[in-house]
Design a protein around this ligand. Sequence first.
Ligand code: FES
Length: 167
Amino acid sequence: VTSKVTLRVNGQPRELTLDTRTTLLDALRENLHLTGTKKGCDQGQCGACTVLVDGRRINSCLSLAIMHDGAEITTIEGMGTPDKLHPMQAAFVKHDGFQCGYCTPGQICSAVAVIDEIRQGIPSHVTGDLNAKPLLSVDEIRERMSGNICRCGAYSNIIDAIKEVGG
Ligand code: FES
């Protein structure tokens, strides 16, 4: 079964006719050729596929594209340009927040959302108590970024980058 869906991807309306079972991740990568968003586990466990939907982060491998008709999708391609990096991208470069780079698009999308979550006072899903700790403590960043796995183990540099942007 196919269905029409219009996604606003990085500010551009994109009309697609998709098998209704197509994940948002596959629609981005296979149909729109936006391969910055990575497929790691395809099971919601690694965070490589993280994108923003109306400003909130999701694992795009766990979500069907047709669920997002009319939504604003932001991928790493929409974050910045080579000449003008997004501040989070620039911080990752400055702090070497990557080694192989495979997880980096998802890390950066997630990190941008983390800063917004904290600024909006959205409680962390584990502690549920944002006020118990200073904003953007290392523990807070670690916990909020725990859905993004880095197999190279660049975690401390990733945290330094996020702390610089949000601190
Ligand atoms: Fe989606 Fe791993 S590819 S969480």
